[in-house]
Design a protein around this ligand. Structure first.
Ligand code: TLP
Length: 346
């Protein structure tokens, strides 16, 4: 990459192996179900998360939206973390396009909703209320620094769902980061949810795409929902080919990104003027704050990193920053970040 970009793992470029696979991919019209590369990706994805079928979609947002549209109807309710991506950062799609009524609940420092609060959020069977339908969960939890939530939590969510006849959908945009950090087979996490979306284009480096996985009948419904939102693609095998490389070659190495994020957090903790909790850093993301005592404003901090070392960091509007590591960030880049930040803040 031409810059050292900590703004997100979404900025990651495809690897050389991906570009080769894309050039060589056999393709067909996926709306006819005839793209062999898309079919291969969908089968592989479903197998990896222990579900019957998969659906290749353009983005994580589209995966969550098509899942919600396929699971619910207008007037249905969805219990959801108030700082989850699906509630807060997907343009209100579930309400705007699905007529789904979100019922947002606070989450703890790891991104978990309180289980008693989840039970309380189930409405009585009364025409005043939305119809109880969905619980939406997320793993790893982006707004809580990409914290990987243990399967035990989802097991308890499953029990509440079963008791109340609810469907559980997981936004697993960074599901494989969570599984690698917890040292678990991904299926140990996804066994408790009915459907899951995960992204190929974040830490896994594919240029485009996510996969929604779930029961075969549900995926048929989701295929219709994807068409509805204009997301049915034609020779998408060109992109799916990169996704296959992502799933076969890029999962285990996520551990390197996690180690880099930890290294960055531990280094930042030693710099006066920065407040960070390295113990919360388990995957490829960290939040840190610029203390009031820092000699520069947040805007100046971002600008100086860019001017002095071509290091890109998002934010600058508040004292809180997010840094994300990925394949294109090396240990030497972390060292440069720390050296430059120390110089700016001295
Ligand atoms: N997250 C992006 C921004 O939208 C914040 C990022 O840079 O992290 N779920 C989660 C947990 C996500 O973090 C994201 C993207 C999505 C869903 C949506 O994925 P895309 O961008 O592919 O629609």
């Amino acid at each position: 990459m031409d810059r050292i970009d900590f703004r997100s793992d979404t900025v990651s470029w495809p690897t050389p192996a991906m570009r080769r696979a894309m050039a060589d991919a056999p393709v067909g019209d996926d709306v006819y179900g005839e793209d062999p590369t898309v079919n291969k990706l969908e089968a592989l994805a479903a197998e990896m998360v222990g579900k019957e079928a998969g659906l290749f979609v353009a983005s994580g947002t589209m995966g969550n939206l098509t899942a919600i549209l396929a699971h619910g109807r207008r007037g249905d309710g969805a219990i959801v973390g108030e700082d989850s991506h699906t509630f807060r950062a997907e343009a209100g799609g579930m309400a705007v396009l699905g007529g789904i009524v979100p019922n947002p609940l606070p989450t703890d420092v790891y991104g978990r909703m309180n289980l008693a609060a989840v039970e309380d959020a189930v409405f009585p069977d009364d025409p005043h209320f939305p119809t109880n339908r969905l619980i939406l969960v997320e793993n790893s939890y982006g707004a809580k620094g990409g914290y990987p939530i243990e399967p035990a939590y989802f097991q308890q969510i499953r029990q509440i769902a079963n008791k109340n006849n609810l469907i559980v959908h997981m936004d697993g945009a960074r599901l494989f980061n969570a599984a690698v950090a917890l040292n678990l087979d991904t299926k140990e996490i996804t066994q408790y949810v009915d459907s899951v979306t995960f992204c190929l284009s974040k830490g896994l480096c594919a240029p485009v795409g996510s996969v929604l996985c779930g029961p075969a009948e549900f995926i048929q419904q989701a295929r219709r929902a994807r068409k509805l939102v204009g997301g049915a693609m034609r020779q998408a095998g060109v992109m799916a080919a990169a996704g296959i490389v992502a799933l076969t070659e890029m999962v285990e190495r996520l551990a390197d990104d996690h180690a880099h994020a930890k290294l960055l957090a531990e280094g930042l903790a030693e710099i006066p003027g920065i407040v960070v909790q390295p113990e919360l850093v388990k995957t490829n993301m960290l939040f840190f704050e610029l203390a009031d005592s820092a000699p520069v404003t947040p805007e100046q901090f971002v600008q100086c990193l860019r001017d002095e070392a071509n290091i890109w960091l998002s934010g600058g509007y508040s004292r809180r920053f997010r840094a994300v590591t990925h394949y294109w960030i090396q240990e030497s880049d972390v060292a440069l970040f720390l050296k430059t930040a120390r110089a700016i803040l001295q």
